[in-house]
Design a protein. Structure first.
Length: 348
């Protein structure tokens, strides 16, 4: 199940709850103090700015066919060099590969080999995760691990070179979430929060997070999707609510059945609602599909926003502003089972 994530801002311990009071007296005094505190807090924090929607026409267009040298395991996107344009990072069974726009598609600009440490136990189906972590005052870094190696690594992009700056032992799922595989299996132990780690019957396939979006009113929003062993995905939505914002719901959980392990979360059209973008739930080697669901205030949309079938398997989904125009692009990576070559499709 989804791990603990930041919820609403707690009220100040220095301001008691106003007592019900019909007129003057202590209750009225506390109300004055509380209102003054809220006003001071509002001055310190900028008011929410509702997002400005942009038109999105969902359609699939193949923009690249790349031989990555090994089967692709996962994708991530983020600005690695501070130029306000996201790079796409591909994790294969052997390498971390950085891709950037070239002509009308994507092309490789940097590559680094995964750590050579041998894996003690490898699942039959290789598993890999990759995230891009941002920290104030430090360069953004790639964190990745594949089940084909005994540990993962951390890399920063310097020009056209990936420099390894450290290691990771667990599999990074989000910037602040990691997990370990059940030995010899292709799924993770317990839940993203680490519960019931010793019980091999409790686990999940993967998780994905998004914390750089806002809701319709402009409140900060975090989403975390967890794909469970039964094939369903639970999405936990956490909204940063102001202390006296009665219209704000701090926590919601939504569920979609029949999804695959490739997924992405984003507000692609900037309308204040999250899109859940998933692959299908078929077996490896089967034909696959990309399905886009809208996670609105009323729940999951009755029908998908978009659906596109593919003859190969969808092994990676990612969104990011790769061209620097302020809008995010959504990419799907499609390959045949075991193939080194991958087709990259632009979906919006």
């Amino acid at each position: 199940m989804p791990g603990d994530v930041a919820a609403s801002r707690p009220p100040s311990p220095f301001v008691p709850t106003p007592a019900p009071d019909g007129g003057g007296g202590p209750g009225a005094l506390w109300r004055v103090v509380a209102e003054a505190f809220d006003a001071a807090s509002a001055e310190r924090e900028p008011p929410p700015r509702p997002p400005v929607p942009v038109p999105v026409k969902w359609k699939a267009r193949r923009v690249a066919s790349l031989d990555l040298g090994a089967p692709l395991l996962a994708l991530a996107a983020g600005d690695l060099d501070g130029d306000n344009q996201a790079e796409v990072v591909a994790l294969t069974e052997r390498h971390v590969v950085v891709l950037r726009p070239a002509a009308r598609g994507l092309a490789e600009v940097a590559r680094a080999a995964l750590p050579s440490d041998p894996a003690s136990i490898r699942p039959r189906d290789a598993v890999g995760t990759v995230v891009i972590a941002h920290a104030a005052g430090a360069p953004s870094e790639i964190r990745a691990r594949a089940s084909t190696r005994g540990r993962g690594g951390r890399w920063v992009l310097e020009g056209k070179t990936l420099r390894e700056v450290g290691s990771v032992l667990a599999f990074p799922l989000c910037a602040d979430v990691a997990a370990d595989l059940v030995p010899g299996r292709n799924y993770f132990a317990g839940g993203p929060g680490g519960a019931d780690v010793k019980d091999p019957s409790i686990g999940f396939y993967t998780a994905r997070c998004r914390d750089d979006v806002v809701d319709r009113a402009g409140r900060a929003l975090r989403a975390q999707a967890t794909v469970e062993l039964g094939g369903g995905v639970t999405v936990a939505l956490e909204t940063r609510c102001a202390a006296r914002d009665a219209s704000c719901t701090p926590h919601r959980e939504l569920r979609v059945e029949g999804v695959g392990v490739a997924l992405e979360l984003d507000d692609v059209d900037h309308d204040g609602t999250i899109e859940l973008i998933t692959s299908g739930a078929g077996a490896p080697g089967d034909a696959d599909a990309v399905v886009v669901w809208n996670l609105g205030e009323g729940g999951v949309g009755k029908k998908p926003v978009f659906r596109r079938g593919f003859s190969g398997g969808v092994v990676g989904l990612v969104s990011g502003d790769v061209d620097g125009d302020g809008d995010r692009e959504v990419f799907a990576a499609v390959r045949l089972m075991g193939a080194r070559k991958v087709d990259i499709w632009l979906l919006d």
